[in-house]
Design a protein around this ligand. Structure first.
Ligand code: NAP
Length: 361
């Protein structure tokens, strides 16, 4: 099989490094191009990243010698040499919106990890196991952009991955209200304990913008495509508090939920353990065999023990029990830079290829 030729813009950062690591040995994708800011452009990838390499695995040999291009000024060259790009840049929102749109207009599809386009009504925000049908909006987006092949698709925020997937298959019971507290790892801020020593023995009760994303983004996932845009769902009501905790990787969520038609505990566990999405049906290379995994042990899921299950792509759940104010409460955990960032991006790109939205030249 001919591989898709792939670029990563923002490839030198924390999420970019995850993309670079995941693409090493990928059965469908060949990383040929890395781009970043003017600070890194012109250097080899190894020189540009230097001591910032934050992955557990060594830097892939095949990438070390790649010359980093300038994501802004080398756009035409990049768009010509790849079939699509992953976007993992950290810039101002309007700058990211403009940059990603300019790649799309150069007929280079963009699979973005960024939040900049998540609320653009004709940009699909997709978790392949939850709302693959939102890709139907792409023809309308292409029409707006005046493109044949180019478009932007995004993944959702890392904070919602520990609870939105668990709630999704329970929607037939009429979810009325959700209260969630997230306990978020420091890699979500692009940091390690070396670069953020203030997080050792500490909790910071504020992550800018995160509570709004945690409350609103599930409603876009559960929206419907109509007249070339995604109409956001209006329920359930979600309220969130998001805390930064001294954990390297893995966002935990403590969730309380109320239903219109209350299911039994056993029904919920059974639905979770059996749930299969489009990613599993298509057997995509990065899809976990079991998307939702429930643990009966009372002290699971734990970040250190469970975040890496199925390559960090499974969502682990536990402690489902009745609540005195809501119907039930439970704990969810997802790896924030794998399922919640680069891994979710790679899985989305696999879906876009499998469904024919991205083609190899
Ligand atoms: N970390 C997470 O778990 C996580 C999860 C979900 C979403 N995100 C989002 O993903 C994005 C990247 O996060 P990160 O943690 O990987 O950030 P990061 O480590 O700070 O990396 C930022 C990347 O953007 C590049 N960049 C910065 N300014 C640029 C410019 N003007 N032109 C082109 N490239 C530029 C940097 O290049 P240089 O190396 O040349 O400076 C670097 O490659 C952010 O928007 C973040 O909010 C992060």
């Amino acid at each position: 099989m001919k591989k898709y030729s792939v670029g990563v813009i923002g490839g030198t950062g924390m999420v970019g490094q995850r993309f670079v690591s995941l693409l090493e040995g990928h059965p469908w994708f060949q990383l040929t191009t890395v781009a970043a800011s003017a600070r890194s452009a012109g250097k080899t990838y190894e020189e540009a990243v230097g001591a910032r390499w934050a992955m557990d695995c060594p830097m892939p040999e095949s990438v070390k010698g790649l010359i980093v291009l300038n994501a802004e000024t080398d756009k035409e060259q990049i768009a010509k040499q790849v079939d699509f790009v992953f976007s993992a840049v950290d810039m101002k929102k309007e700058e990211i919106q403009a940059l990603e749109e300019s790649y799309a207009k150069l007929e280079c599809p963009v699979v973005s990890n960024n939040s900049a386009h998540r609320w653009t009504p004709d940009v699909p925000m997709v978790i392949p196991e939850i709302n693959p049908e939102h890709l139907d909006v792409i023809p309308a987006q292409r029409k707006r952009l005046g493109t044949e092949k180019g478009f932007i698709a995004v993944k959702s925020n890392c904070s919602i991955q520990g609870y939105a997937p668990a709630l999704h298959p329970l929607r037939s019971f009429g979810i009325e209200q959700v209260l969630v507290c997230t306990y978020q790892a420091i890699s979500g801020a692009g940091k390690t304990f070396e670069t953020w020593p203030e997080m050792i023995d500490n909790i910071i009760p504020y992550i800018g913008g995160e509570e709004e994303k945690s409350e609103r983004e599930p409603l876009k996932l559960w929206g419907i495509v109509r007249n070339g845009v995604i109409e956001t769902a209006t329920s359930p009501a979600i309220t969130a508090q998001c805390l930064r905790v001294p954990v390297s990787d893995g966002h935990t969520a403590a969730v309380f939920v109320r239903f219109e038609k209350k299911p039994t505990l056993e029904e919920i566990k059974d639905i979770w353990n059996k749930y299969q999405g489009r990613a599993q049906e298509l057997n995509l290379p990065s899809a976990p065999k079991q998307f939702l995994r429930y643990f009966d042990e009372p002290d699971r899921p734990q970040a250190r023990l469970d975040r890496d299950l199925e390559g960090g792509m499974a969502v682990t759940l536990g402690r489902l029990r009745p609540d005195s104010q809501y119907d039930y409460k439970f704990i969810g955990l997802a790896h924030n830079t794998l399922r919640g960032a680069a891994g979710g991006g790679v899985l989305l790109a696999e879906l876009l290829c499998a469904e024919g939205y991205i083609t190899a030249r």
